[in-house]
Design a protein around this ligand. Structure first.
Ligand SMILES: [Zn+2]
Length: 592
């Protein structure tokens, strides 16, 4: 077999055997691998799971191979276990297992996991010679993740070879290692058994996935929402940054310990109004030159004794002014026109065109579809309440994608978190309708409820939403700002939300709009090339990685002083994996 085919993983294995040419050990441990004792020996070479990278190619999740030592308890039991007890006790102490030899032997388990380590030599040093025949060391993959800045909620987990949540689960078929490799070794010699490779089948590894997430921006958004949550003494906060034209999600953060941007839903409140106005114009219900009289309150359905109030009596407002001041009365009058002229069924279909009530299809496991009931289930007042963003439940990402249709000249783009994906879009509104709404949304920020979203030097546009939450009689609110910039030709659409602000301010214009402005400012700064510095506590294990991957990790740690020797994959490194004091040191990598 061509020696070039030998993967580094196999090299590592055979190398370890050469070091430990304890004949008895090799022969006897064949038993625990459940293979026939003979001239040939099969070694499994585990296939590795694909890496997950950020948009700039920085590692977010990858497989690291560790050596795990197992004790074959059945075999100990069937041997002279009384004679072995003292050595077994020593073995357990060496691996810091707080059990006695008797306890371990009386358990029902066949194997005992002793521990793991980066090298086989290190592990075997802990095994008394008498116990060597009963211990096997196997190469196992461990998933390493970059969990800072809320990345853990995007990535999901891999536990015991099973993907749970996030991108790991959604793209498991692509990431998963396809087939383990196998090596057949022949042993020769008497005292020292020397392995000789007779056949090799390379493992088929899983495919890498490059995310749209930009770790720099992810960090910025995370810092901003953590600060916003503290300042507002809120129960939670989140933000999503999406590219307006491609639907690529550049950042997705939440302060919760689960990804509520796709797994939870909110009532959008007034942030939904621009979509309702767009529907009214596009479907011909409104021309755009109508005026409405706002007295500060309205009964949506005359025969029902339910009153919806406005913050002020806005007086006579035209369509754009109604949006700029987020007038409830005018919006409900528009909803009535929609109901009269096109009917509830058509209204519902329009909302579905914006993606409400349906999964976006983003590549994150567990996405929910939100709540958009069918008109047959609507009460008499629902058409009006939905128009001001109540009685409709939408996951933040779904809402952002719907709102983005306004920014993107009327085209809905499916959000995605996979960089290679080509944008999937559909036209929902004419460019003319989109332009009309965008002019109003620019005025929301220049003169309306969204003034605090203003950023010096760039035109931004957007909409506030303050939804009252029904919670045990107390006033609780959900504050939203959704906007985009530059408003003349949008690059990014951003949603910010704060759940139950309790430090005084609760209106979205006071709570959410300033966070939007901070993110936009820092995003503009970032686009002018800002270096990234990630803090971590310990030196990562780079062995087994390609030089490129190793350098990417070091780059994330801010280490640029790297000396390299040899070619191939990293076989040795200094400082050692796990070293704490590595900042400012030169890193040596030996490749093989
Ligand atoms: Zn009003």
């Amino acid at each position: 077999m061509n020696s070039k085919l030998i993967s580094s993983r196999l090299k590592f294995l055979t190398f370890a055997f050469l070091c430990f040419s304890v004949g008895a050990f090799v022969l006897l441990s064949l038993r625990s691998f459940n293979v026939t004792v003979g001239p040939l020996w099969t070694i499994r070479i585990p296939a590795s799971r694909g890496k997950i990278l950020d948009a700039q190619g920085r590692l977010c999740a990858y497989d690291e191979f560790v050596n795990v030592a197992y004790l074959d308890l059945d075999y100990v039991r069937s041997s002279n276990s009384d004679r072995l007890k003292p050595y077994l006790g020593l073995l357990l102490r060496n691996f810091k297992i707080e059990k006695t030899a008797e306890e371990v032997l009386s358990s029902r388990s066949r194997f005992l996991r002793l521990g793991e380590g980066p090298s086989r030599d290190e592990i075997l040093k802990l095994v008394p010679t008498e116990m060597l025949p009963f211990v096997s060391v196997e190469l196992e993959a461990r998933r390493k993740r970059f969990t800072e800045f809320g990345m853990d909620k995007i990535l999901g987990l891999v536990i015991a070879d099973r993907a749970v949540g996030g991108v790991e689960e959604a793209l498991d078929a692509q990431l998963r290692g396809k087939r383990d490799g196998k090596a057949f070794l022949k042993f020769s010699g008497f005292v020292n058994l020397l392995p000789e490779l007779v056949f090799l089948r390379d493992p088929v590894d899983g495919k890498d996935v490059r995310l749209t997430i930009d770790l720099d921006l992810q960090r910025i958004c995370y810092e901003e929402i953590v600060r916003a949550k503290e300042q507002n003494r809120a129960v939670g906060a989140g933000a999503i940054v999406m590219e307006t034209k491609t639907g690529k999600i550049r950042a997705m953060v939440t302060t919760r310990n689960w990804n509520d941007t796709v797994l939870g839903y909110i009532e959008p409140g007034s942030a939904l109004k621009p979509i309702v106005y767009a529907i009214a114009i596009e479907s011909g219900v409104l021309k755009g030159n109508e005026v409405f009289q706002c007295t500060g309150q309205i009964k949506p359905v005359p025969e029902l004794d339910i009153t919806v109030r406005d913050i002020d009596a806005h007086g006579t407002v035209d369509v754009k002014e109604a949006l700029v001041h987020s007038c409830n009365s005018a919006t409900i009058m528009i909803a009535r026109l929609i109901k009269e002229k096109i009917g509830e069924e058509a209204y519902y279909e329009w909302l579905k065109k914006f993606g409400f009530g349906e999964k976006t299809g983003v590549e994150i496991a567990g996405e929910i579809s939100g709540v958009l009931r069918k008109p047959s289930q609507w009460s008499k007042i629902d058409f009006a309440m939905i128009s001001i963003g109540h009685g409709i439940g939408t996951p933040p990402l779904q809402f952002l994608a719907a709102f983005n249709t306004l920014a993107n000249s009327g085209k809905y783009v499916r959000p995605t978190i996979v960089e290679e994906n080509t944008p999937v879009e559909k036209r929902v509104l004419s460019e003319e309708t989109s332009r009309f709404i965008r002019e109003a949304l620019q005025a929301v920020v220049s003169q309306g409820t969204g003034k605090k979203a203003n950023v010096l030097g760039v035109n931004v546009a957007g909409k506030t939403g303050t939804a009252q939450k029904l919670a045990d009689g107390k006033d609780r609110y959900f504050s939203i700002f959704v906007g985009y910039f530059p408003s003349e030709d949008p690059l990014y659409t951003i949603m910010v939300y704060v759940d139950e602000p309790s430090a005084g301010a609760y209106l979205a214009g006071e709570v959410a709009a300033p966070i939007f402005a901070s993110i936009v400012k820092r995003l503009i700064q970032l686009r002018k090339e800002h270096p990234l510095s990630v803090t971590t506590h310990a030196m990562p294990d780079l062995r087994g990685l390609t030089l490129r991957d190793a350098l990417l990790i070091l780059q994330q740690l801010g280490i640029s002083d790297v000396r390299i020797e040899g070619v191939g994959k990293v076989s040795e490194q200094y400082p050692e994996p796990g070293a704490i004091d590595f900042k400012g040191k030169t890193v040596f990598l030996k490749l093989q």
